[in-house]
Design a protein around this ligand. Structure first.
Ligand SMILES: Nc1ncnc2c1ncn2[C@@H]1O[C@H](COP(=O)(O)OP(=O)(O)OP(=O)(O)O)[C@@H](O)[C@H]1O
Ligand SMILES: Cc1ncc(COP(=O)(O)O)c(N)n1
Length: 519
């Protein structure tokens, strides 16, 4: 089954709620390929129409021909036409290039009350209807069309009779929309030229954000009719989609008047939720591969690493852990509501209370204590007498300076993102290295990397950072992402440091080459 190629011929709405912009969203929401020919440029927003510019009809024809000369059109939806000249131009084009599905939404007056079709143009609509499969008037438009079809203006017909008259007059299906009716349901009635009727009912949604419902419904129906080849199926699928879009409308917060419906409501509900920290993790994929493959870790895994090189690495690790321990303690204090990096208080994740509370504080405090114990143990057990007095290597110093900047940023969320790679990279390295055979020179170290408790800590740290990212402002989330990426770069540099050629920058070259674009 190919993706339906659906052309919308309509006016514009720069705020994206109605007209061509809404059409394209509705078509995309139903897995169609949307195309658009502009009949009128409308300066409007959720409060109403400010002005309308109708381009020359010769240009309109050029737009229409540009599409039909090149693309097979499976369905066309016609919306705002504006003037009688435009109606005639579109009608002439349609006579020559009639696609298999033609839906006309006879847009006459906007929700705001502004006229979108000249009075003399309504009369020209009849010839257009005769070329259509389906016409979708609202209540007021149906009354005008019924009059055009010869109904007496002094004794108005019921909606059903008006729809039957319009359908039989132009041999077209009519969907008489009930959005402007009252009652607990919003019912649309599909009437055929022979007078048969099918009612589509939906709960009425309590909202003032109904801008563009008509445009969206007709585009959805055109796309679905092109796919299913059946009008009742098309209306039956489009109607609950529209109801869901209305239910989501208040959540959009677009404009302060009659806002748009949420065209993405149904799709969003079906999309997988991708945690922010997973997005960051994917972003550093190549750094992680370089880390796993670096000479130091390969030597550690296969046991060929020089013991003195390893001791030199551990000496730097001790320097690192002592600072890292302080940052984790800072996060614990901040999570507990005391003095910590968030105390300087930017509005954002910390202010929203994310990643805070006694459990978060206890987690960071335990992690900090774990670090302190690890540093002491390494210092006494592994380094005794060898590298105990090594000065801080520039790579280690720069990584720590990066963590300090994160701590000084005033955002606990940024600091939490900056400390996270140390958890995650080590847990990943542990999982990758697996278990060492008996007698392996670095067996105890490899066991520490692969410790299940450490993997669980990494998962918990990730969960807390995820919470903070979810509550952060976009700007703060961006700073978190960059702090995370930068720390991951430093993790790689740290592993490359022991085997780096002296004077070559000891890993700093990697940072220069792969550094984040923005710090
Ligand atoms: N409050 C509502 N709750 C549920 N459905 C609604 C509501 N308002 C409108 N609808 C539905 O929206 C669709 C459009 O109907 P409506 O009668 O409002 O057309 P319209 O006036 O052409 O739309 P527009 O607001 O774009 O001009 C119909 O399916 C209608 O039943
Ligand atoms: C270009 C254009 N087409 C149609 C409508 C009707 O939509 P609504 O009645 O929801 O304002 C509109 N406002 N603008």
């Amino acid at each position: 089954m190919t993706v339906p190629r659906v052309l919308a011929v309509a006016g514009t709405d720069p705020t994206g709620g109605a007209g061509l912009q809404a059409d394209l969203k509705a078509i995309a929401a139903h897995d169609g390929y949307g195309m658009g020919v502009v009949t009128a440029l409308v300066a409007q927003n959720t409060h109403g129409v400010r002005s309308v510019h109708v381009p020359d009809v010769a240009f309109l024809r050029e737009q229409l021909d540009a599409v039909s000369d090149d693309v097979v059109i499976d369905a066309v939806k016609i919306g705002m036409l504006g003037t009688a000249d435009v109606v005639r131009t579109v009608t002439d084009w349609l006579r020559e290039h009639r696609p298999p599905v033609v839906v006309v939404d006879p847009v006459m007056v906007a929700t705001s009350g502004d006229r979108l079709l000249d009075e003399d143009a309504a009369a020209a609509m009849g010839t257009l209807f005769a070329l259509a499969d389906l016409v979708t008037p609202n209540r007021a438009e149906l009354a005008v069309l019924a009059e055009l079809a010869g109904a007496p203006s002094r004794a108005p017909l019921s909606s059903l009779d008006a729809a039957r008259l319009v359908a039989s007059t132009w041999d077209v299906l009519v969907l008489a929309k009930g959005g402007h009716d009252e009652g607990p349901t919003a019912d649309d009635v599909l009437v055929s030229p022979s007078g048969s009727v099918r009612r589509f009912t939906a709960p009425r949604v309590t909202t003032t954000n109904t801008h563009g419902t008509g445009c969206s419904l007709s585009s959805a129906i055109a796309t679905l009719a092109a796919r299913h080849g059946d009008w009742e199926l098309a209306v039956g699928v489009a109607k609950p989609w529209l109801t869901a879009a209305l239910q989501g409308a208040d959540g959009l917060q677009v404009g302060s008047g009659n806002g748009p419906i949420d065209h993405g409501a149904v799709i969003r509900a079906a999309l997988p939720v991708v945690p922010t920290t997973d997005v960051w993790w994917d972003d550093v994929g190549s750094l992680l591969r370089s880390t796993i493959e670096c000479g130091f870790l390969v030597g550690l895994r296969d046991g060929t690493l020089d013991a003195d090189v390893f001791a030199g690495y551990l000496a730097q690790d001790v320097h690192y852990l002592r600072a890292y321990e302080r940052h984790l303690a800072g996060l614990a204090a901040s999570a507990a509501g005391g003095r910590g990096p968030a105390a300087a208080g930017t509005a954002g994740a910390a202010a929203a209370g994310a990643g805070r509370g006694p459990a978060a504080a206890a987690f960071w405090a335990a992690a900090s204590e774990g670090c302190a114990a690890e540093a002491r143990d390494l210092h006494h057990r592994r380094l005794a007498g060898t590298h105990a007095d090594d000065p801080v290597h520039p790579t280690c110093a720069e990584y720590l300076a990066h963590l300090q900047r994160a701590a000084d940023s005033g955002s606990a969320a940024v600091l939490a993102a900056a400390v996270l790679p140390c958890f995650r990279v080590y847990a990943r390295v542990g999982a990758q290295i697996g278990t060492a055979p008996d007698g392996h020179p670095f067996a105890d170290w490899i066991a520490a990397y692969g410790d299940a408790g450490f993997a669980a800590s990494s998962a918990e740290a990730t969960r807390l950072v995820e919470e903070m990212a979810a509550a952060a402002t976009p700007a703060e989330r961006g700073r978190m992402a960059r702090a995370f990426r930068r720390s991951t770069e430093w993790e790689l540099a740290f592993f490359e440091m022991p085997l780096a050629v002296p004077g070559a920058g000891a890993g700093a070259g990697v940072i220069a080459a792969e550094a984040s674009l923005l710090r």
